[in-house]
Write a new protein. Structure first.
Length: 359
């Protein structure tokens, strides 16, 4: 049995879902891959729980419950304050370690680079470092790094892009609905539901960030488009991606509670746009496009009978037009919102790293 130590950065909804999945799947990983994953460190913003032998499952369950109730790790009986993630790696990092980043923070970058210096594996759901400077992206992806959940949640968008690159295919165009949250909004608008109600519904379902304007701004999709473009070999910075927000600037400046009240002022506009494109046989989708003209994300009218037009609910979809797929694109589709789906993508990356690191 091969033991793989894990350091998990992040104890939010995705991080807790990942820990639950790892606990539930432990017997299967042992039987199928002869692997045992031991979480030797679990960190949130200001605290950490460390155990070089592996944090026991019953403790992980208790920590999950504590975080769900709003208790920081440092305030649990097993935790302690920490302000330096690099120091956590000094304490918990051992040979064969995999560092898992399920935060949404730029502050993990230094610890991730240290992990690569030590030849640890990286499994990332955190888009922020990979959508930072091009040079940082290149450093972070130069080692044993997997980052499927940064773009497609559990849909294998990154692995497909890497396969196209390995085959020396030439990608001429990529179009994608890369936000399950915005997909939920767009298909909800088709049914006649008001924009403002759909935003609140998406929040209650856990599809959005705590402030849904992070999703509605389009920046999350822009980061995904940038990471995908870089994976395909394009050298771009984030400010080169054209982004169209679903929310006007004056509403972005409001406190969250006021925004949720004022969002109803957008209902009539979106109702009118839906009716207008429907008369032309189209539907609205929030689309990321990569082609010879660059990278852009925004609301588009797409024909109803296309793959994007037929997309429903919170599914993600990515269509690759390439030298080998010139007429009918290579299309990937699957669940694109929800903590479990994001955690499943990271989970799969951890196992892939573990199975390629046998000794």
């Amino acid at each position: 049995m091969k033991r793989i130590p894990l350091v998990i950065l992040g104890a939010g909804s995705v991080g807790r879902a990942l820990v639950r999945q790892l606990i539930d799947a432990a017997p299967e990983h042992g039987q199928r891959e002869s692997l045992t994953f031991d979480i030797v460190a679990w960190c949130d913003r200001n605290g950490a729980v460390l155990d070089e032998a592996g944090i026991p499952a019953q403790t992980l369950v208790a920590l999950d419950a504590a975080k769900a109730s709003g208790t920081p790790l440092a305030e649990t009986e097993w935790g302690s304050p920490q302000g330096d993630l690099r120091a956590v790696l000094d304490v918990a990092g051992v040979e064969g370690c995999i560092v898992v980043d399920v935060t949404a923070s730029h502050k993990t970058a230094s610890a991730l680079e240290l992990a690569l210096e030590r030849d640890y594996g990286l499994a990332l759901a955190n888009k922020v470092p990979l959508a930072g400077a091009q040079a940082l992206f290149e450093r972070l992806t130069a080692g044993r790094t997997r980052y499927e959940s940064t773009v497609g949640s559990a849909v294998p968008v990154i692995e497909t892009a890497r396969a196209l690159v390995r085959a020396a295919d030439r990608v001429t165009r990529v179009q994608g609905a890369l936000s399950g949250t915005l997909g939920f909004l767009c298909t909800g608008l088709e049914t006649g539901r008001p924009f403002s109600q759909l935003v609140i519904d998406a929040m209650e379902r856990g599809y959005t960030e705590p402030d849904p304007r992070i999703d509605l701004s389009g920046m999350d999709v822009a980061r995904k488009a940038l990471i995908l473009a870089r994976t395909l070999g394009r050298r771009l910075e984030l400010d080169a991606v054209t982004v169209h927000s679903l929310v006007p600037a004056e509403l972005n400046a409001l406190p969250l509670a006021d925004f949720l009240t004022q969002a109803a002022t957008l209902d009539a506009e979106y109702r009118q746009r839906v009716a207008q494109v429907a008369a032309e046989g189209c539907v609205l989708r929030y689309v990321a496009t990569l082609d010879d003209e660059g990278a852009r994300v925004g609301l588009q009218a797409v024909p109803r009978d296309t793959a994007l037009g037929q997309l429903r609910g919170n599914d993600n979809l990515v269509a690759f037009n390439t030298r080998y797929y010139p007429d009918e694109p290579l299309v990937l589709q699957g669940r694109g919102a929800g903590y479990d789906a994001a955690a499943a993508g990271v989970h799969a990356d951890i196992v892939a790293l573990g199975t390629t690191n046998r000794s």
